[in-house]
Design a protein around this ligand. Structure first.
Ligand SMILES: [Zn+2]
Length: 329
């Protein structure tokens, strides 16, 4: 078993479901410290971030990655324990094996090998890891970049370890990234007994037409290099769990991954979406530079009242009788 594989297995065994780092960064920091890296743990809120640097001066090459993983989903639908890296033919199966603990392991072992061969490096190497990539991404890289900017630190080159290959290692070069907009919709109805629907206002019924409409939304990509943007509903919850109560509200989470040619303002729901997003789109057709988009501040969640759904008696409400709707940004 080679070193990278061994370290990837160790990282997969740590249950680092976002935003929990579960000790991954401590492990990596101790490996890097041993070969001369200066270590800084930059923790914001409940998010762990690691900033490790080697060398004193010159251009800075940074490996950027994350140690958190998405939740496993139903455990009984896994053939093997998601937190035990399991070999299946040529594959290693485990939560985060592809995204992106194998890459993080490769960062570490390639640096170790490289410095063994070239200890007197001209320039510097950095490793930036966060545990907030799969979640809201508020207290992760964005905050670290602010910290580095304050220190006057400039990153010359950056390698991101996201899995992008299609069928063979290195067969795809990404020249951009879609933006990400998330929203939470809370449809407020009136709870009541199913025997007396005239005294209640069922948000499931009231939101069924807008729901169908939302699921059909599509925004055409104009760059020719990204998919068209569609809206995806990721969670929908309503009801008390019993069969004889009309629920009082319905909560729905949605996300749009949009191309650089599509802004929230261009959607027909411009009144609902402003330009504050989880992550702005990036397009670098020359593959040379990816500039941080200053126009989309990554801040704490705000609340945006919206008119996507209005009370039944509101003159602008034709589609949703499910009362008020609030988008949490
Ligand atoms: Zn990832």
């Amino acid at each position: 078993m080679n070193n990278t594989f061994e370290l990837a297995k160790l990282l997969i065994s740590k249950k680092s479901v976002t935003p929990d780092d579960a000790g991954c960064q401590e492990l990596i920091a101790s490996r890097l410290e041993k070969i001369g890296f200066h270590i800084e743990h930059l923790n914001f809120g409940e998010v762990d971030n690691l900033w490790a640097t080697y060398g004193d001066s010159g251009p800075l090459f940074v490996f950027l990655g994350h140690t958190d993983v998405v939740p496993t989903g139903p455990i009984d639908e896994w053939d093997s324990d998601p937190f035990t890296a399991t070999e299946k033919g040529p594959l290693m199966v485990g939560r985060g094996a592809a995204d992106m603990k194998s890459s993080v392991a490769a960062f570490v072992t390639s640096i170790e090998d490289f410095l063994k061969d070239s200890p007197s490096l001209i320039g510097r190497i950095g490793v930036l890891l966060t545990s907030d990539e799969e979640g809201p991404a508020i207290d992760g890289v964005s905050k670290v970049v602010d910290y580095l900017e304050e220190k006057g630190e400039k990153i010359t080159w950056c390698l991101v370890g996201e899995p992008t290959s299609d069928s063979r290692l290195g067969d795809v070069i990404k020249i951009g990234r879609r933006g990400s907009v998330s929203a939470k919709i809370n449809v407020i109805g009136t709870q009541g007994h199913v025997a007396y629907p005239d005294k209640a206002n069922n948000p499931i019924h009231g939101f069924s037409d807008p729901l169908a409409e939302l699921s059909k939304l599509k925004w055409k990509d104009q760059t020719g290099e990204f998919q068209d943007s569609v809206l995806q509903i990721s969670n929908i919850n309503s009801g008390t769990g019993v069969t004889n109560v009309i629920p009082g509200n319905l909560v729905l989470d949605l996300n749009v991954r949009h191309s650089p040619s599509t802004s929230c303002a261009s959607s027909r729901y411009a009144g609902c979406f402003d330009n504050r997003m989880v992550g702005p789109p990036v397009h670098t057709p020359d593959a040379l530079s990816a500039q941080r988009q200053a126009s989309a501040p990554l801040g704490a969640p705000s609340v945006l009242s919206s008119s996507l759904a209005r009370p039944a008696n509101h003159p602008r409400s034709q589609r949703c009788s499910a009362a008020r709707l609030i988008l949490h940004w």
